[in-house]
Design a protein around this ligand. Sequence first.
Ligand SMILES: NC(=O)c1ccc[n+]([C@@H]2O[C@H](COP(=O)([O-])OP(=O)(O)OC[C@H]3O[C@@H](n4cnc5c(N)ncnc54)[C@H](O)[C@@H]3O)[C@@H](O)[C@H]2O)c1
Length: 381
Amino acid sequence: MTDRLRVGVIGCGGMSRNHVAGYLNSGRYDVVALADLNDGAMREMDAQFDINTTHYDDGRRMLEEEQLDVVSIGTWHTGHAPWTIAAAAYQPKAILCEKPMADTIGHAEQMLVACKRNGVKLVIGHQRRFLPAYALAKDLIADGAIGDVQLILSFGGQGLPNYSSHQTDMYRYFLSDDECEWVMGNIERKTDQYERATRIEDCAVGVFQFASGPRALLLSDVTPIIYQGAQIFGSEGTINVDTNGLLLLNASTGGAWKEHKPDGKFFRVADEGDRFEWLEAGAAQADELADWIEGKVETHRGRGENAFKALEMIHAIYESARCHEKVIMPMRTRLNPLDIMVESGHLAPERPGAYDIRAFLLRGERMHADTENTKADNQET
Ligand SMILES: NC(=O)c1ccc[n+]([C@@H]2O[C@H](COP(=O)([O-])OP(=O)(O)OC[C@H]3O[C@@H](n4cnc5c(N)ncnc54)[C@H](O)[C@@H]3O)[C@@H](O)[C@H]2O)c1
């Protein structure tokens, strides 16, 4: 029997609770240590999961003192690269870091390099790859159930990087990790809007071309529609998929919509209702990570290389707007093209006054980015 894996968490807010739930529900981990700038966040985590952990106000001290097998990173986006690079230096077996992978693709690339150099497995939390409905959509497409995929249509909002990096990751997952060849898009940014300390646009549109032929269209903040999932139009049928299930229409369904609500490995849709997505995806993501660490599978579907491409597709929309061109992948600009446009004065906000749409997550008296001690090591030179 294999030993249980020792986990430490850096950043103990909302999403790292999904990591902890996943570790505990998979039954293969012990969560032993927490690090956060805020005591209350760590106490709440212990209370919610009835766990007894050692608390640190400095993540690096936790990495130094605990012999961790797995490090979870649940800080805001700008903290993902510095904390992943710091954790990799301590050579845990694996790191599970939240998405979007980083604030720039240059930083995301550094995360891949640091993990490779230290022999650390890196997973980014695009956990919807583990939803049974998403896996079914992928399998139906691979089996030719809707013929050749012509268009994947999806809707996002609240800025591209946070919400829609899930959507660009989803396109590739549905297409069996096909490569994106080019991206063309545009954005509007009249206000000085941020999302978890990352600059975002007011609205955006992106078109993506994949190597095997399909295209995807992303409409973000331009319609009132916003959901995780997609309408997938093929030459011989259509799939409508969201996080809870899918509808299939093709010749075998007699031209009528056929509903599928597949259960997961750990939870049943009928038992959990609205909680199913949260519970199942987190547990299955953790379970496959343990399998990867133990050599039972060759790779993890949420591996860093996939998340890098999802982020790159998002930043390619910004790059297309910046350069007024179709962006051929891989993208060569390592900085965030939206930051370049704004900071160069090319896209100055017409209604000044910075605000963060996630400021409500901040605790205590903070009204600004909650990324203390995370950015220093990672500034551009
Ligand atoms: N995969 C998903 O579906 C999903 C859903 C929600 C959020 N997220 C991602 O999770 C990340 C966190 O979002 P959240 O909503 O949980 O935020 P949050 O504000 O609830 O939690 C962040 C935590 O990090 C702590 N923190 C900040 N700087 C720190 C530091 N230097 N050292 C230690 N702790 C520090 C904060 O005190 C806070 O407790 C974001 O990148 C977000 O995009 C992913």
